[in-house]
Design a protein around this ligand. Structure first.
Ligand code: GLY
Length: 426
């Protein structure tokens, strides 16, 4: 039985003074700890975050997502654009299913490849292979610039991990399709075909992401054509998309006959002169990746300047997850975009390997973003149909996908976690 007798020390002057002294020290400590935790807000120390915990959480959630998706597809097998093969978000409290032609169709297979890479578990290999196969028909779809998102996230990762020659062929065929959209006079690949009443030849900042597949196609074939187009596209983007402070417009409308700029727009942002959060993230990731392939200083400089714009921005919240637009009118009462933070974290991990003198800084910022996403933006276990993160914003001005899970947020979140593990050599 426990002894509940409490001993009271005999009161004397010395004990009282030392008690007051320790009490003051204790108070001071509390105040400094409180100040520290407020100033860092929710961007907690990444050392507290267990990578194995992220993997376990993601495995459980993604298994649920696949199950929920498969039963939703059985009930709703197709739409006007084709058979449902993947999932993009949640709309009207239901999974938002998509056909292969949707720009986001490659992210789920890509996530499954990352899970295979992280776990070496055959379950993920089989799932990744099966769900990659559904995207193959996109390799000949010349009506879109989103070829990199669709084919490189799926087949590109598949080839990296398996060296399956069929995957290589798909990457090359898709690259041949994508370069049909290149206009030499403009010096860029055309992005959208829609809204032709607004833009004759629109090029969006997101298009930087599709260059990765082209760089890889040159490596795989030895043919410089893909590489040359990608470099020219990146140079045109530096020249035309960026403002003096290194923020980017979303859409530049060109005259395809003479290459003149007709419009500078920010279609998915707050207004044309605003800085749409995901656009900045695509830009950063795109130029970091372009430097990886080219080792041309101009692209590293651009990446660093974009990083500086975002990381030093007075309206970047202390938890490092941006509002959907840096210039949104009602900050701090505006939705966040966790997808922009996930893309940025992944890009910063890579950037940290390229700039030795700023390596620690970029790595620490990436760590904080990743920890912030995991600690404060992840779905509750078993919720959101199995999506990993919540609080992303797809297209606020279009009034859809606001403060919700998005498959590409999950993809870049896991990619960031994987890059962190590789950098740390775990
Ligand atoms: N690439 C389209 C988007 O970021 O919403």
């Amino acid at each position: 039985m426990k002894n509940h007798h409490i001993k009271c020390p005999a009161p004397n002057q010395y004990t009282d003074i030392s008690r007051s002294f320790y009490f003051v020290i204790f108070l001071l400590l509390c105040v400094s700890l409180l100040t520290l935790s407020c100033s860092k807000s929710v961007a907690q120390n990444v050392d507290d975050m267990q990578s194995s915990e992220i993997i376990e959480f993601s495995s459980d959630q993604l298994k649920q997502l696949l199950k929920e998706m498969d039963s939703a597809i059985l009930e709703n097998p197709s739409e006007h654009r084709g058979p449902h093969v993947s999932v993009r978000s949640i709309r009207d409290n239901q999974l938002f299913l998509i056909p292969s032609r949707d720009w986001t169709s490659g992210f789920l297979p890509g996530l499954l490849w990352y899970m295979y890479e992280l776990t070496d578990d055959n379950y993920w290999l089989v799932e990744a292979r099966n769900r990659t196969a559904y995207i193959a028909r996109e390799r000949i779809n010349a009506s879109t610039h989103d070829m990199g998102f669709k084919i490189y996230c799926s087949f590109g990762n598949g080839y990296r991990l398996t060296e399956d020659p069929y995957y290589r062929d798909v990457i090359i065929e898709a690259s041949n399709t994508l370069i049909t959209r290149y206009n030499e006079t403009v010096g860029a690949i055309r992005s959208w075909d829609h809204n032709s009443d607004k833009w004759d030849f629109p090029v969006i900042i997101d298009n930087m992401m599709n260059l990765e597949m082209l760089f890889r196609a040159s490596e795989l074939t030895g043919d410089p054509v893909y590489n040359d187009i990608a470099i020219q596209h990146a140079r045109t983007t530096i020249e035309q998309h960026f403002r003096d402070d290194f923020s980017t417009y979303h859409v530049i409308g060109f005259n395809p006959e003479n290459g003149e700029v007709m419009q500078r727009h920010t279609h998915q942002g707050a207004f044309h002169e605003s800085s749409w959060a995901r656009g900045q993230a695509w830009g950063l990731y795109g130029f970091v990746m372009t430097y990886r392939f080219t080792e041309l200083q101009e692209f590293l400089n651009q990446a660093e300047k974009i990083a500086e714009f975002m990381l030093d921005h007075p309206r970047l919240p202390s938890d490092l997850v941006p509002y959907w637009d840096y210039d949104a009118e009602n900050i701090p009462n505006e939705p966040r975009d966790a997808s922009a933070a996930a893309i940025t974290a992944s890009a910063l991990y890579e950037l940290s390997t390229m700039v030795p003198e700023k390596s620690d800084y970029y790595k620490q910022m990436a760590d904080k973003m990743l920890a912030s996403l995991y600690n404060n933006y992840r779905s509750a276990k078993g919720e959101n149909f199995g999506f990993l993160l919540e609080h992303s914003t797809g297209h606020l001005p279009g009034d859809h996908e606001i403060d919700t899970p998005l498959i590409y947020a999950d993809y870049y979140f896991i990619e960031a976690a994987l890059r962190k593990l590789k950098i740390e050599g775990i």
